[in-house]
Design a protein around this ligand. Structure first.
Ligand code: FMN
Length: 179
């Protein structure tokens, strides 16, 4: 069967965006992204996640203090931090993050996952209770296309862009076996 062209192109074409215009994201659009997140499938449908939307500049700057590569959070219109209980599954968190990013892209909004390396800071800034983790946030904003294109060119020229070949990452039947 032929893949549905637009869905396939959106999945294959999703790239992070770290440069944003100063425009705010309307509440309806934020809710649409959260709705996409809500419908993510999870292990045994446990839905062990919670989202903290950080849209005030002071909150974003404070949250950015929890990581080493948090420029996107500082530059974004808002960040959505993903919180999950300690008995949750990181696999589910990855899925929910990707769904938010794909939904945002469909709305013309750029995004970047950001690691909160210092979880204690993230927990304190967000008021996350004990027994919960918060290791990732998604930075979101309308793309600054020019700045993004320049950064992307730089990454490509320094060999940091693109992906490995399928053959490098795929084996058939047993690990390491080519087809
Ligand atoms: C789990 C995870 C954590 C990431 N953390 C950061 C981060 O802290 N800061 C950042 O700028 N990008 C972060 N990224 C974005 C990656 O650098 C990006 O996905 C990768 O370079 C591929 O980018 P591309 O899809 O635009 O080619 C993270 C991505 C993932 C999946």
């Amino acid at each position: 069967m032929e893949p549905r062209p637009s869905t396939y192109a959106d999945v294959v074409g999703l790239r992070v965006c770290r440069n944003y215009l100063p425009d705010p994201i309307p509440r309806t659009e934020v809710e649409a992204i959260l709705e996409a997140a809500r419908w993510t499938g999870s292990s045994k449908n446990t839905q062990k996640w919670a989202f903290v939307v950080v849209d005030d500049p002071a909150g974003r700057q404070a949250l950015a203090g929890a990581g080493s590569f948090t420029r996107p959070i500082r530059a974004a219109a808002l960040a959505i931090a993903i919180v999950w209980p300690s008995d949750g599954y990181e696999f589910d968190i990855g899925r929910v993050a990707q769904n938010m990013m794909l939904a945002a892209a469909a709305l013309g909004i750029g995004s970047c996952p950001v690691t909160l390396h210092d979880e204690d800071i993230a927990r304190r800034v967000l008021g996350v209770p004990q027994g919960h983790q918060c290791r990732y946030a998604i930075a979101l904003g309308y793309p600054d296309q020019e700045a993004e294109a320049a950064e992307r060119r730089e990454r490509r020229d320094s060999g940091k862009a693109g992906r490995k070949a399928i053959e490098e990452m795929t084996s058939w039947g047993k690990f390491g076996s080519p087809h």
